[in-house]
Design a protein around this ligand. Structure first.
Ligand code: ATP
Length: 440
C-alpha cells in the first residue's frame, strides 16, 4: 500500500496544523496574538531539532579527524561586522507599492512583474537599502558608543578564532571548524512557516584549504552534502544543486552552489556551499592589524588559507524533513496521516504499548520502556484502543510500535510493527534493544 503525497497547495496548511496539534511547533507569544515569523518548538519539535543538530554534528565533526567544533559568542566586537562587510553591505533593496502598500525585496520580484507590484500591478517606489542586522546596546548607556550587533551569521566567530583553534587542536591544512548556533536577521519578507524567520539556527562548517586546491575541495563537499540528505531519506527527486550565476554570486565568493529542496511552495535553498577564497581572513587582517597567516613549519610555508563553507539552516532543514516525511494513505478504508521520518531523525524511536492494563502486562512493558529509554527517546502508552494508539504514533513519525500481550508472558516475545510497511514481526523480549540498535 503506497502512501500518497497530498496536493501540494494544501500540504503547508496541513503540516502547520499537525505541528501545532502534536506539539512540534507553536506560534511565539500566541496568547498575545503571536509575533510574526517567530516560532517556539514544542516537546516533539525540540527532539526533532536536537536529532538534526546531532546528526549534522556527528557527520561534520566526529566522522572527520581534521574537523573540530567551536561555540562562539553571539555578541562580538562591532569591528567584526565592519570587516566582514555586513555593516556596509548586508542590505536588501526594498520597494513599496504606492497603491496597495505591499513591501518587496527588489531582487525577489518575479521576472514577469516588469517593475510593477506583483499583487496589484501598482507603481513601485525607488529601492531603499535596509540593513538586516539587529542592533542592541551593551552596558547601561544607550549611546552610539555602546551599540552592538546581534550576529547575522555564525561564520565570523569561526574566522576570528581560526588560529586559536588550529594551534590548540594542532591541525594542519586542510582542516575544518564547525559550529551550530543562533543567528538573527531583520528579514523584510519572513514567511512560509519556519522557512524564513528573523531568529534561526545555522549549522556551518568552514574548511580551510591551501589556495589552488579550493575548487577540488569544493567539488568534494558538494558531493558529501548531497549524499548526507539522501542517506537520511530525503527523496532524490526533491533535491538538486543550483549554481550561482554571475548576477547571484556574493562579492566574497569565487563559486557558489545551493542545495535546493522542492518545498510545497517551490524549489528553495536549504544549504549554501561557497568558495569564499581568502576574502574574510584578508579583511580581518586589514581591520585588526594582526597577521593571521597559517604557518606550516614542517613544509616551511606560510599563507592565508582559502575557505570552503557549507552553511545550512537548522530550522530550514527541519522543514525539509517535515515536508518530505508528510504522507497520507488509507488503512482498511480509514484515512491515515503519517510522518515517514528516517528512524535516526524521528523524535520518538519506539512506542511501548501494553495490550491490556492488567495481569502483569504493564509491568513487562514498563520494564522494557526503562531499558530502551536508557538509549533512546521512547514513549509509553497504555490508553485506548490499539488502532488509535498506532495512529497517534504514525502521525508523529514513530518508526516502531512494540506491543506486549498475554502471550509475552509465555513466550517472552513481543510484536514490533513497522510504521511504513505495517508489517509485524515477533521477536524475543531480550533482543529488542539489539534489534533497535541495528536500525537506529
Ligand atoms: P536566503 O537567500 O534564503 O536569504 P542566504 O543565501 O542569505 O539565504 P546564507 O547567508 O547563505 O543564506 O545562510 C545559510 C543558510 O542559513 C541558508 O541556506 C538557510 O538554510 C539558512 N538561513 C538563512 N537565512 C535564514 C532565515 N532568515 N531563516 C531561516 N534560515 C535561514
Amino acid at each position: 500500500m503506497a502512501a500518497k503525497k497530498p496536493a501540494s497547495d494544501q500540504t503547508m496548511e496541513k503540516l502547520i496544523s499537525l505541528c501545532k496539534r502534536r506539539g512540534f511547533i507553536f506560534q511565539s507569544s500566541e496568547i498575545y496574538g503571536g509575533l510574526a515569523s517567530c516560532w517556539d518548538y514544542g516537546p516533539l519539535g525540540v527532539e526533532l531539532k536536537n536529532n538534526l543538530h546531532q546528526l549534522w554534528w556527528h557527520e561534520m565533526t566526529r566522522r572527520h579527524e581534521n574537523i573540530v567544533g567551536i561555540d562562539a559568542a553571539i555578541l562580538m566586537r562591532p569591528e567584526v561586522w565592519k570587516a566582514s562587510g555586513h555593516v556596509d553591505g548586508f542590505v536588501d533593496p526594498l520597494v513599496d507599492c504606492k497603491e496597495c502598500k505591499s513591501r518587496f525585496r527588489e531582487d525577489q520580484l518575479p521576472e514577469d512583474a516588469n517593475g510593477k507590484c506583483p499583487s496589484c500591478g501598482g507603481e513601485l517606489t525607488e529601492p531603499r537599502s535596509f540593513n538586516l542586522m539587529f542592533k542592541t546596546h551593551m552596558g547601561p548607556m544607550e549611546d552610539t558608543a555602546s551599540e552592538i550587533y546581534i550576529r547575522p551569521e555564525t561564520a565570523q566567530g569561526i574566522y576570528v578564532n581560526y588560529l586559536n583553534v588550529q594551534a590548540s587542536a594542532r591541525l594542519q591544512v586542510p582542516f575544518g571548524i564547525a559550529q551550530v548556533g543562533k543567528a538573527f536577521r531583520n528579514e523584510i519578507k519572513p514567511g512560509n512557516f519556519i522557512f524564513r524567520t528573523c531568529e534561526f539556527e545555522q549549522m556551518e562548517m568552514q574548511y580551510f584549504v591551501k589556495p589552488g586546491t579550493d575548487e577540488e575541495e569544493m567539488e568534494a563537499w558538494k558531493e558529501k552534502r548531497m549524499a548526507y540528505y539522501k542517506r537520511l531519506g530525503i527523496r532524490e527527486d526533491h533535491l538538486r544543486l543550483h549554481e550561482h550565476g554571475p548576477g547571484e554570486l556574493a562579492h566574497y565568493a569565487r563559486s557558489a552552489w545551493d542545495v535546493e529542496y522542492k518545498f510545497p511552495f517551490g524549489w528553495q535553498e536549504v544549504e549554501g556551499i561557497h568558495n569564499r577564497t581568502d576574502f574574510d581572513i584578508q579583511r580581518h587582517i586589514e581591520h585588526s592589524g594582526k597577521k593571521m597567516e597559517y604557518i606550516d613549519s614542517g613544509r616551511g610555508e606560510r599563507f592565508v588559507p582559502y575557505i570552503i563553507e557549507t552553511s545550512s539552516g537548522l530550522n530550514r532543514s527541519l522543514l525539509v524533513f517535515l515536508c518530505d516525511a508528510y504522507r497520507e494513505d488509507e488503512i482498511d478504508g480509514e484515512q491515515r496521516v503519517l510522518l515517514a521520518f528516517h528512524p535516526k531523525v524521528a523524535p520518538i524511536k519506539a512506542a511501548i504499548l501494553p495490550l491490556v492494563k492488567k495481569d502483569g502486562i504493564p509491568d513487562i512493558a514498563r520494564s522494557l520502556f526503562e531499558e530502551l529509554s536508557e538509549n533512546w527517546n521512547c514513549f509509553y502508552d497504555q490508553a485506548g484502543a490499539i488502532g488509535r494508539r498506532y495512529r497517534r504514533m504514525d502521525e508523529v513519525g514513530t518508526p516502531y510500535c512494540i506491543t506486549i500481550d498475554y502471550e509475552t508472558k509465555d513466550d517472552q516475545a513481543v510484536t514490533i510493527r513497522d510504521r511504513d510497511t505495517l508489517e509485524q514481526q515477533r521477536i524475543p523480549l531480550s533482543g529488542v534493544k539489539a534489534w533497535l540498535a541495528e536500525r537506529l
